[in-house]
Design a protein around this ligand. Structure first.
Ligand code: GRG
Length: 288
């Protein structure tokens, strides 16, 4: 299936599943509402869509269990955003065009909403997949050797001027923060869809290139949007003193690196006849 049709078909189903289950499966309705406020704030659902797209690519039927597993990934992603926005971390007032969780509900409730979304996501993955390996893949991707480790490096770098231009450090930090969860979404799809020994490495190679590209894209979006708004190239992260590859590489070199990763990701998909995964790469055109 083409990516745009796939996205149109599954995004509303992901949204409905998340809304229904958060409204009915959380004993305390008010707490469920605080969690749902951030989950239902209009995310792109990139990671659950990636997981489902791998199943589609492998010809595996997408049923309610697959949907619960996919939505578990989105719960975990949302936890990371809520905690990342906290005053102790990025201190952001807005996320997905709405007040951040701590601005809306207070810091303690935002911490708790994140604390609850993380294990709920793991529970949905475990129950949806009935698969220990998939659950472990996710736990590893978000732990000290994954997303939390990347966030640690990011926070640590703010007090360490030496690493701001250290490409190895920045690449590692960005991979752990962003790439690991994207890779895990694809790897879980490969396990759930029973990818064979030829398909699995190709899917994982695609996920490596796609995940690395996503962070570069995310940094470039800020540049493109701020230059469209202001008529000149300003960069929000530079202004805020953030650490990323873009501030180290510069805009044109970042675009070139992004194009190389897209080409690599496309090459990793040549064995698959279904076009859905290649379609995810179209989102990058906006910044090239
Ligand atoms: C708190 C342990 C901990 C980790 C936080 C995710 C994260 C790590 C930080 C967020 C900061 C950031 C910009 C990371 C890059 C990843 C990224 C692009 C997140 C936004 O994901 P999208 O673009 O957003 O999929 P939506 O809102 O569409 O879900």
């Amino acid at each position: 299936m083409e990516f745009s049709a796939f996205r149109k078909k599954w995004t509303p189903q992901i949204d409905r599943f998340l809304a229904d289950k958060l409204a009915t499966e959380i004993a305390d309705h008010d707490f469920g509402q605080i969690m749902a406020y951030s989950v239902m704030a209009g995310g792109k659902r990139l990671r659950p869509l990636l997981f489902l797209a791998v199943l589609e690519t492998l010809g595996k039927e997408i049923d309610e269990s697959a949907l619960r597993t996919a939505c578990g990934i989105e719960l975990i992603h949302t936890y990371s955003l809520i905690h990342d926005d906290l005053p102790a971390m990025d201190n952001d007032d807005y996320r997905r065009g709405k007040l951040t969780s701590h601005k809306k509900w207070g810091e303690a409730q935002a911490i708790l909403a994140g604390d609850a979304l993380l294990p709920l996501g793991i529970e949905w993955i475990a129950k949806g997949s009935q698969n220990v390996e998939m659950t472990a893949v996710m736990a590893q991707a978000i732990g000290p050797n994954g997303m939390a480790g990347g966030q640690y490096l990011d926070i640590d770098a703010t007090n360490n001027a030496a690493v701001k231009n250290d490409d190895n450090y920045l690449n590692r930090m960005e991979w752990l923060k962003t790439g690991c969860l994207i890779l895990a979404s694809v790897e879980m799809g490969a396990i759930y869809g029973q990818a064979d020994a030829q398909a699995k490495p190709n899917l994982l190679d695609f996920a490596h290139a796609f995940g690395r590209a996503y962070q570069i894209y995310d940094d470039l979006v800020d540049v493109v949007e701020s230059s469209e708004e202001a008529g000149k190239a300003t960069h929000k992260d530079e202004a805020e003193g953030k650490n990323n590859t873009l501030t180290s590489l510069g805009v044109e070199a970042s675009r070139k690196a992004l194009q190389q990763l897209i080409d690599q990701a496309k090459a990793d998909l040549t064995d698959f006849s279904d076009p859905v995964l290649a379609g995810f790469l179209e989102i990058y055109q906006k910044v090239l």
